[in-house]
Design a protein around this ligand. Structure first.
Ligand code: HEC
Length: 114
């Protein structure tokens, strides 16, 4: 009995992880298809002259969505006809999936210099 519950829990967790990886992957495709990477970089890291950093730790979806629909300054606006809410959610999930960069001290070439 306990073994069955344990097995079912593992299967549910594995399915949830696989779905979230799949969703992040399709969000990455949408991010590139919509051209976000041109100004914000492939990892949402941003670049001073073109667009701010979007990841890791993107802003909450509601704020994110408001800015993409009505950007404050020079970013082009993406209407729901061009970029659906569903696709925008996947882009946000992709940005949420991006991990923090490693600590500089953990990169051997920099650690040697310190
Ligand atoms: C042509 C360049 C360009 C493209 C393409 C672009 N952005 Fe931007 N984005 C900017 C700039 C510049 C800003 C800073 C605000 C402004 O000037 O409108 C910005 C701001 C943002 C912000 C607010 C970030 C903050 O910290 O204030 C979000 C979120 C965002 N963009 C998401 C996106 C998404 C998602 C896409 C693709 C669907 C996208 N952007 C495509 C240039 C771009």
């Amino acid at each position: 009995m306990f073994q069955n519950i344990f097995l079912a829990t593992i299967i549910c967790l594995a399915t949830a992880l696989a779905q979230s990886a799949q969703s992040a992957q399709s969000g990455r495709s949408a991010f590139v298809e919509m051209g976000c990477h041109h100004c914000h970089g492939y990892e949402g890291q941003g670049a001073l002259p073109t667009g701010p950093r979007l990841a890791p730790e993107p802003m909450p979806f509601e704020v994110f969505s408001n800015i993409v629909r009505r950007p404050p300054n020079v970013m082009p606006a993406y209407s729901a006809e061009v970029l659906s809410d569903e696709k925008l959610k996947r882009i946000h999930e992709f940005l949420e999936s991006i991990p923090e960069p490693p600590d500089v001290a953990s990169i051997p070439v920099f650690a040697e210099k310190q």
